[in-house]
Design a protein around this ligand. Structure first.
Ligand code: VGL
Ligand code: ZN
Length: 199
């Protein structure tokens, strides 16, 4: 991996209360990625590199909810505690927050689907996107694919993502698919070592 520097951004996908253990759509092990993500955030900020935080931000009665015939329990309703970023995540005032799946009649797993993210990345000259967060088999997967399709280089941080695994192995399959689409799979440790290595 080329050491992260100008042209690189970090996208933290959907690290929200409802996706952590105890939340409405709690992901087993989801809390274990917050530490690695906070270390990445600290390194990113120390170098003045851009940070984006996406959030699942559904209206009441969203089409993805079971009562509407969707696959999921009610989760990440805009403005609720469940939709807030997890408290241990070290957010900064100049992070860019991207709300997604905000329309009642349309679900959107990708942080690039129906959001200003692509434009914001372009405006900042981002060429390579580092992706961490939740869930590997849904929003991380869809976001990684869309980022590749948009012509970005993508690095997915395997230890800083976690899967719902509705079917066992969904998360591993998602990582395989992302790799097949040209995403680099790396780790927090390898990324931080590159950033700390003498130039
Ligand atoms: C997600 C399921 C439903 C995600 C969002 O952020 O991966 N998964 N809504
Ligand atoms: Zn959702």
């Amino acid at each position: 991996m080329q050491a992260p520097g100008p042209g690189d951004a970090l996208l933290v996908v959907d690290v929200q209360n409802d996706f952590l253990p105890g939340g409405a759509l709690g992901i087993r092990g989801g809390d274990a990625i917050v530490g690695p993500i906070n270390r990445l955030l600290a390194a990113w900020r120390a170098r003045g590199l851009p940070v984006f935080l996406s959030r699942d931000w559904h209206p009441d009665g969203h089409c993805s909810f079971a009562a509407q015939g969707g696959p999921w329990p009610v989760h990440c309703v805009a403005g609720t505690r469940g939709a807030e970023f997890a408290a241990p995540l070290s957010i900064a005032a100049d992070d860019l927050v991207i709300s997604k799946a905000t329309r009642v009649d349309k679900d959107a797993y990708s942080a690039l689907d129906g959001t200003p993210l692509a434009e914001a990345l372009r405006a900042r000259g981002v060429k390579r996107l580092f992706i961490a967060g939740l869930a590997t088999d849904y929003c991380v997967r869809a976001t990684g694919r869309d980022a590749r399709a948009a012509g970005l280089d993508v690095v997915v941080l395997k230890d800083a993502v976690c899967a719902v695994d509705v079917q066992p192995g969904d998360g591993d399959r998602a990582l395989d698919e992302l790799a097949a689409e040209g995403c680099e799979l790396s780790t927090t440790g390898a990324t931080l070592r590159e950033m700390e290595a003498p130039a």
